[in-house]
Design a protein around this ligand. Structure first.
Ligand code: SLL
Length: 252
């Protein structure tokens, strides 16, 4: 490390797009018999690059150039609930019966000088939407349990502000795979894409980023318009107050 490497590069921030979440599959009766009769699902919780590798949810890039360790803290019903993963894939596969909060902690490579970051993911095992057998949902009961995997993923960006020069060099040497403009067909047959109903595994795209940017811009404009309106009302009320004060003074 030269003297310069320990210097933070002022006014610069670099981000890396990631996704985190889980995929879950129902166990077959045969699997349940061999694994544990109480367990209903097999699931994988993971932290991955946002851009997708062929047939996968995310995972196009190896993130170990900036991530040293990912710790997944599982529910205490699991043996050794703290699972430290020190090399890719940064994921844990387990079987179980219930949903719970998974605490995810990312430790960065030492040269980054960055503190670990922590967040939660709610492990999702059951299909989205109203429960088919819930009479309150007004829906007919589902004919059979879904065979498709359940997906629950979130997009996020890890931002390194004013990184050390040595770490910036590492980041620059590993540009992230850009997100595709629109969702591609991932093709059938992969373990994460074995949907039986014709739908496909989620994929994060530039269009989604743009939609989010458009939503933020619309919200920003609405806030400005509302502020202008309130300011005009305030001016009007202040003028009225002055008028009334003057009227009171004149009457005395
Ligand atoms: C629930 N609050 O009641 C949650 C806890 C815990 C799930 C869910 C462990 C399996 C095992 C497992 O699935 N835990 O230890 O055999 O829904």
């Amino acid at each position: 490390m030269s003297g310069n490497d320990k210097v933070r590069v002022r006014g610069l921030s670099v981000h890396r797009p990631i996704i985190y979440g889980n995929t879950a599959w129902l166990l077959t009766p045969e699997e349940r018999a061999t694994v544990n009769p109480d367990h209903t699902h097999r699931w994988t919780v993971a932290l991955r690059s946002a851009a997708s590798a062929p047939g996968k949810v995310g995972d196009a890039d190896d993130l170990s150039y900036f991530i040293k360790r990912v710790t997944f803290k599982l529910h205490e019903t699991y043996p050794t609930p703290n699972r430290n993963i020190d090399k890719p894939p940064f994921e844990v596969t387990e079987t179980g019966w219930g949903e719970f909060e998974i605490h995810i902690r990312i430790t960065f490579v030492v040269e980054s000088g960055e503190k670990p970051i922590s967040f939660y993911h709610h492990l999702k095992l059951h299909p989205w939407g109203p429960k088919p057998n819930d009479p309150a949902s007004g829906e007919l009961p589902a004919p059979s349990p879904p065979l498709s995997p359940i997906h629950s993923w979130k997009y996020d960006e890890i931002v390194f502000s004013e990184p050390f020069q040595v770490f910036l060099n590492t980041l620059n040497a590993h540009p992230p795979t850009p997100l595709p403009k629109t969702k591609r067909s991932l093709g059938p047959g992969t373990s994460e894409n074995s949907f039986t109903d014709g739908t496909e595994a989620p994929e994060f795209t530039q269009d989604m980023e743009k939609e989010e940017a458009d939503r933020l811009e619309a919200a920003r404009k609405a806030v400005i318009a509302e502020t202008d309106k309130r300011r005009a009302q305030l001016i009007e009320k202040e003028q009225e107050l002055e008028r009334l004060k003057k009227a009171v003074a004149d009457a005395q």
